[in-house]
Design a protein around this ligand. Sequence first.
Ligand SMILES: C[S@@+](CC[C@H](N)C(=O)[O-])C[C@H]1O[C@@H](n2cnc3c(N)ncnc32)[C@H](O)[C@@H]1O
Length: 210
Amino acid sequence: MNLQKRNEEMRAFFALRIDGYDAVHEEFLPTKNVLTEAMPQDAHRILDIGAGTGLELFALFARFPHAEVTAVDICTEMLSRLAERPFAARVKCVCGDFFTTDLGTGYDAVISTSALHHFAPKDKLLLYRRILDALHPGGVFLNSDYIALSSQEEADRFAAYRDNDGSIPHIDTPLTPEHEHRLLIAAGFSNVTAEPTTRRNYLLFNAIKP
Ligand SMILES: C[S@@+](CC[C@H](N)C(=O)[O-])C[C@H]1O[C@@H](n2cnc3c(N)ncnc32)[C@H](O)[C@@H]1O
């Protein structure tokens, strides 16, 4: 999987579907809101990677009205919608690729919802190391995302992506929970847990920077 090509596919896919995005993702709101429930009480500086239109931030600002959020996304159109939200004044939007853009440092929490189930394990490992670097010691990474329910499903998705001749516009490539766990530990996180959400194939990963 070529990372640059994958990122461009992501950007173009979401740019084309911006008008229907919130309606499609409304039913996933409970999987996004669990992240706020798991957030430490004293979280203040928060980085949201793949923030999109910011659906997960409604619950977050309801609980942490004074939070300072940096939202990184590769798709200008998605961030433009986020910039219209009632909480936009508390969000710094950064349009860029989270694999290469300067993410900043010293965050209490890095969060992500529905945004990381598209990448090869070796690229994810690099991203998880970047996230670790962005946190202060003791900071938390909370990722609510789509997972593969078996190694076979994981392999089948990557094969489908590889064999796609372009006729299918979007193929998800989620990893199993065990694979995610291994990558988070390899990146340097500790206390890695995976909690269920309202959907069987969505989990909330919680990992601490030692
Ligand atoms: C399914 S949306 C999730 C948006 C939001 N977090 C939510 O839960 O509704 C995935 C988002 O990840 C962004 N994305 C994908 N790859 C990216 C990359 N390499 N760098 C930054 N953003 C990326 C897409 O542009 C898109 O807005």
